[in-house]
Design a protein around this ligand. Structure first.
Ligand SMILES: NC(=O)c1ccc[n+]([C@@H]2O[C@H](COP(=O)([O-])OP(=O)(O)OC[C@H]3O[C@@H](n4cnc5c(N)ncnc54)[C@H](O)[C@@H]3O)[C@@H](O)[C@H]2O)c1
Length: 251
């Protein structure tokens, strides 16, 4: 798919970090964006920035070129309403980025709870919601009989074990193999990709200890993550999994 003005994207976790950067990158191509997040203040700010960028491509649209929808992605009724509002406003869905994610709030070895507010919730947000939103996006794209691109946020922690956060690693490993198992949709014109960055300097990335980040060679620059998506994930002839790593930075 060529990124061009008039396409529309729904981005979960679009209020901050990687989702924010991708929302702005899409706006830089004239793409309409619905930012779905539970962080209202930041989400509205991103939607306003997207509208400003989009004004360079569109005028007198009669509808907003960006919207913020407050939503907990773990709540399927909330996400259904968000997808419905997006389609009602933009007449379809070309791109869905499932970026909302959290690290596990209680270290697994210390967790004495039943997991409702810790590891079960982490899996609900990082894996179950990604499956749920992917299914919803596929349904909309198939009904429209138009090509579509879905990008799920995996992580290098979904490719290799993350000893200090096994639940996060489990959730991302699930996202990686779930997404790779959807490869056959490519034949129907729907590309479903998984992006696996190493550590990126975001609110989530900054929670990781600096010693560990140093050991990994530092943070992956956000531009590399955005490039990983905008350069590779919309083309039809590349792998459906993109690993963003500092290893390749100087090649
Ligand atoms: N930062 C990293 O080092 C890194 C590396 C690899 C993968 N990732 C993944 O990238 C994605 C984005 O992470 P980030 O680093 O930009 O983090 P971030 O904390 O900056 O952004 C995450 C966003 O998701 C939103 N969110 C979280 N739970 C939500 C929920 N239940 N409903 C709605 N919105 C919710 C937050 O409000 C926030 O805006 C995540 O899936 C994360 O696992 C991050």
């Amino acid at each position: 798919m060529e990124l061009k003005p008039g396409l529309s994207a729904l981005v979960t976790g679009g209020a901050s970090g990687i989702g924010r950067a991708l929302s702005l990158a899409l706006a830089g191509k004239g793409v309409f964006v619905t930012v779905v997040d539970f962080s209202e203040e930041k989400g509205k700010e991103v939607a306003a920035l997207v509208e400003k960028e989009n004004a360079k491509f569109h005028s007198n649209l009669g509808f907003p070129s960006a919207m913020f929808i407050r939503c907990d992605v773990a709540n399927t009724r909330d996400t259904a309403a968000a997808f419905e509002k997006h389609v009602a406003t933009y007449g379809g869905l070309d791109i869905c980025i499932n970026g909302a994610g959290i690290s596990n709030p209680i270290p697994f070895p210390k967790d004495q709870t039943d997991g409702t507010r810790s590891w079960r919730f982490t899996l609900d947000v990082n894996l179950i919601a990604v499956i749920d939103c992917t299914q919803k996006a596929i349904g909309i794209m198939q009904a429209a009989k138009k090509p579509g691109v879905i990008i799920n946020m995996g992580s290098s922690a979904g490719l290799y074990p993350m000893y200090n956060d096994p639940i996060y690693s489990a959730s991302k490993g699930g996202v990686v193999l779930f997404t790779r198992s959807l490869t056959p949709y490519k034949r129907k014109g729907i590309r479903i990709n998984v992006l696996c960055p190493e550590f990126v300097q975001t609110e989530m990335g900054l929670k990781v200890g600096s010693k560990f980040i140093d050991l990994m060679g530092g943070f992956v620059p956000m531009e590399m993550v955005v490039k990983g998506i905008t350069l590779q994930m919309f083309k039809s002839d590349v792998a459906l999994i993109v690993r963003v790593t500092l290893l390749f930075q100087n090649l």
